[in-house]
Design a protein around this ligand. Structure first.
Ligand code: GDP
Length: 197
């Protein structure tokens, strides 16, 4: 799939105020600084569409974009930023929980994982939480260009191994680099594939 048109629609905190759930929706989430804005900008081919984080963890909003007039891309606020207060962390948790519970057109969540790291507890816990909520998700490893292919493979395998301690079947895993434009076609083709089903 090619993205011919990507339009920012709105930012809000309430599911009730999101656009009408009349199109399939794909949400992107991950630890703050994981490379989410860069990935969204790579996918849409628009450099400034999602703002790359100048103040990580500050904006706690559900951001909707309309793609090719046929599906919604959602930029969800990230987790795991140490400097965020307990109060705003709780606010985030409630908002996200409500979004996952209520957003009926949500088709798939893309969970971004920084490929530079060995499996992080926070990321593993988040995938477990999605599983418990019954939310379909796939994994997207980011920043492939930051280290050797060997190191990436070691981290990806370790993450898969950790996941298989709680999951019988592992989710799809994409490997990407916004810097080197790796993984764009794979993700967009996957979205197209689910959209036509
Ligand atoms: P967000 O907070 O998850 O939206 O992350 P950003 O997209 O703002 O990226 C955080 C930092 O990582 C920025 O300095 C980006 O330039 C950098 N970054 C993001 N993706 C990549 C990538 O694929 N490769 C490299 N080398 N750096 C990246």
């Amino acid at each position: 799939m090619d993205i011919k048109e990507a339009k920012f629609l709105m930012s809000n905190t309430k599911v009730e105020e999101c656009p009408a759930p009349d199109k399939p929706e794909y949400a992107f989430i991950g630890r703050s600084n994981v490379g989410k804005s860069s990935l969204i900008n790579m996918l849409t081919g628009q450099k400034g569409l999602a703002k790359t984080s100048s103040s990580p963890g500050k904006t706690q909003l559900i951001n909707h974009f309309l793609i090719n007039n046929s599906w919604y891309l959602v930029d969800l606020p990230g987790y795991g930023y140490a400097k965020v207060s307990k109060e705003s962390r709780e606010k985030w948790r409630k908002m996200i929980n409500y979004y996952f519970l209520k957003r009926e057109n949500l088709t798939c969540v893309f969970v971004l994982i920084d490929s530079r790291h060995e499996p992080l507890k926070q990321d593993l816990e988040f995938t477990e939480y999605l599983g418990k909520m019954g939310v379909p998700f796939v994994i997207v490893f980011t920043k492939l260009d930051k280290q050797s292919a060997l190191k990436t493979e070691a981290n990806v395998s370790a993450f898969a191994r950790k996941m298989s301690e709680t999951w019988d079947e592992l989710p799809l895993m994409f490997k990407t680099s916004a810097e080197k434009r790796i993984g764009k076609d794979e993700i967009l083709d996957y979205i197209e594939e689910i959209n036509v089903q």
